[in-house]
Design a protein around this ligand. Structure first.
Ligand SMILES: [Zn+2]
Length: 268
């Protein structure tokens, strides 16, 4: 412990660098601010691989949200010293919010390299694992700043399940076939429904990312053609039919899948 100071709440001797009193858990505003700014700095370093404009936008966005939270906390810390009641309510809220931001930044800092590496390897299942490994995460507000988050969202829309079931050893089973069919049709949304969320994400993807998504579309089309025996026109007709209400008609999709499964000689 280098520099010692008094906790602004309970008066205990704590490190000047403690953002939170280890005894009463009261936030130490000065130290917290310094720590958040340091974290932002180190996050900025880890964003080095992003292109200049992306980095600028991402950093501006994060700094803005952190500064707003800090400013709000400063105001309420002031009010807090006047009224114990307000103090107790507001401080815990803003501490929670700031803590969420800083944890997200820490998480990003610790995982950004692994995320980039998994993207380079085109290992989207690996990206999913990294993002969902922390039970307190995932930190979506921070993830929005990751360069490849748009394509990752496309992946988790439907294609993740298609990919997963394609590697199933029991690929010939009816249940697996049905899941593949449903998620293949659902993935085609990117191509068939131009105002869908997936299409909008696709439009924001880089050329390299678009090539990856085009590969996913080719994979689901190959399955629908070779395994389900559908022409391109039939795929489009099924899509329109199953999504006529806006959401996938689950029981109808089972019915169709069963029909195609039986037609190709599968047994129940
Ligand atoms: Zn204390």
């Amino acid at each position: 412990m280098d520099k010692i100071k008094e906790c602004v709440n309970c008066g205990a001797a704590i490190s000047a660098e403690d953002a939170e009193c280890p005894y009463c858990h009261y936030m130490q505003y000065d130290a917290a601010e310094a720590r958040y700014m340091d974290t932002l700095e180190s996050m900025n370093d880890s964003m080095g691989s992003l292109d200049r404009n992306t980095r600028k936008i991402a950093r501006k966005d994060i700094v803005k949200s952190v500064l707003i939270t800090l400013a709000a906390a400063a105001v309420f810390a002031g009010i807090g010293s006047l009224s114990g009641i307000v103090h107790e309510k507001t401080d815990s809220y803003y501490y929670g919010e700031k803590s969420r931001i800083v944890k997200g930044l820490d998480w990003y800092d610790a995982n950004a390299d692994a995320l980039d590496k998994a993207y380079e390897d085109k290992d989207f299942a690996g990206i999913y694992k990294i993002i969902n490994a922390d039970s307190k995460g995932p930190y979506y507000s921070i993830l929005h700043n990751w360069e490849h988050y748009d394509i990752y969202q496309i992946y988790t829309g439907s294609y993740d399940r298609f990919e997963q079931y394609m590697t199933d050893e029991d690929r010939d089973g009816q249940y697996v076939f049905e899941t593949l069919y449903r998620n293949a049709i659902s993935t085609l949304e990117i191509e068939y429904k131009k105002d869908s969320a997936a299409s909008k994400l696709y439009a924001r993807c880089s050329d390299d990312e678009k090539k990856i998504v085009d590969g996913w579309l080719a994979n689901v089309k190959k399955f629908l053609k070779d395994d389900a025996g559908l022409t391109e026109e039939q795929c489009r007709a099924d899509y329109n039919d199953l999504y006529s209400s806006g959401y996938m008609d689950y029981s109808k999709s089972s019915e169709y899948a069963q029909k195609y499964y039986n037609a190709k000689g599968g047994t129940q």
